[in-house]
Design a binder for this molecule. Structure first.
Ligand code: NI
Length: 165
């Protein structure tokens, strides 16, 4: 258990009111938990801002009837094979597909890949979820499983169902 530090701080009344509202909404068990999450979130943002090694997921929704597009998306992933950890394809309905691509690498490379994929003609929606390899989270006092649920450990390694960077 790391040592705990108690701190007091000064805040504008309006910010404090906002925190009270967030507490009432029940998203956080305590103010401490809220601040811990904010600090970790900021630490991950700093990794991305500083073009550090990062982890992310690119989600694409596109029309499967567009054969050229499917090929282009696959080709782009092959070109960036060093960044692509795994990809899952989901058939949403008769025509629409979703692809979730787990990526790891320098933040800028991941952003560029997300842009390249998301800007292909025929992609209806794309989103980049920006997460962390865990280095910033350790430095920010979080353990690797600080996200509030227990789970069994999958096989180690890049292709494992459950990645532990
Ligand atoms: Ni499909």
């Amino acid at each position: 258990m790391p040592a705990l530090v108690r701190l007091s701080m000064s805040l504008d009344q309006s910010l404090n009111d906002r925190i009270d509202r967030m507490m009432r909404e029940g998203r956080y068990a305590s103010r401490s938990e809220l601040f811990r999450e904010l600090v970790r979130r900021r630490a991950v943002e700093a990794e991305w801002d500083g073009n550090r090694e990062a982890l992310g997921t690119i989600t694409l929704v596109y029309d499967h009837d567009n054969r050229t597009l499917s090929r282009k998306l696959t080709r782009a992933q092959h070109r960036h094979h060093g960044n692509v950890l795994a990809a899952t394809h989901v058939h949403l309905d008769r025509h629409l597909c979703a692809e979730m691509i787990m990526v790891r690498g320098k933040a800028r490379q991941i952003r560029e890949l997300a842009d390249e994929l998301g800007h292909q003609k025929g992609v209806l929606h794309s989103a980049l979820s920006m997460s962390s390899t865990g280095k910033a989270l350790r430095a920010a006092g979080g353990d690797a499983h600080g996200h509030g649920h227990a789970h069994p450990h999958g096989p180690r390694g890049r292709k494992g169902a459950h990645a532990h960077p």
